[in-house]
Design a protein. Sequence first.
Length: 251
Amino acid sequence: MTTTSTTKPLIEMRDVRKSFGTYDVLNGIALDVREGGVVCIIGPSGSGKSTILRCINGLIPVNSGTIRVGDFAVEAMKTDRELIALRHQVAMVFQQYNLFPHRTVMQNLTMAPIQVLKENPADVRERALKLLAKVRLTGKEDAYPSQLSGGQQQRVAIARALAMQPRVILFDEVTAALDPEMVSEVLNVIRDLAGEGMTCVLVTHEMRFAQEVADEVFFTDRGVIVERGPPKQLFQSPNDPRLKDFLDKVL
């Protein structure tokens, strides 16, 4: 974790609202993430956590409010060209690995930089090899996803996100589909990234991990950020009864 900075946040959400039909999912979200910061978003199912990430990445259009990621005004983006430029900077790793099953690990890592960003294939391959070493999968370049464990596939998904050289990575409950023994190998990779200064925003049910790596934790309920603060404060001295009740159930 890096030291506190007074510079403008890398991510700013202001009064963001999102509804699906008559169901209000986000009800005025305000959130800042500084460059190099690690933010964890926790809360009960259906509280809007994953929707926050999808709005930051432009996967879901918002009804109102503003989202700034660096110089990008995300809420105003409409075209594929604009969104590709955003997602070059803001990568996302999902609960489901979303790897191409008919492509090797190396092909999964190199396709987007080569085909979308038009980068030199030799440079991309060299970067991919370094990323596989970073996620502890050296030697798996020619394997197919079906030949890997769930934890290995998720680490490939993280390496694929890193291959785009983003400024931010969003992690959406990336350990939720894994067997317990595979969770730690994925969390170790995220821990390393956080320690290296990568800006990370995580939706997670791993409370001990959130306490360890986060600079700030946001607790959401019913589409509202109910409480926020440093992990020690939020977990040990919660103020809102909804947060106290939630922590009693999950800790």
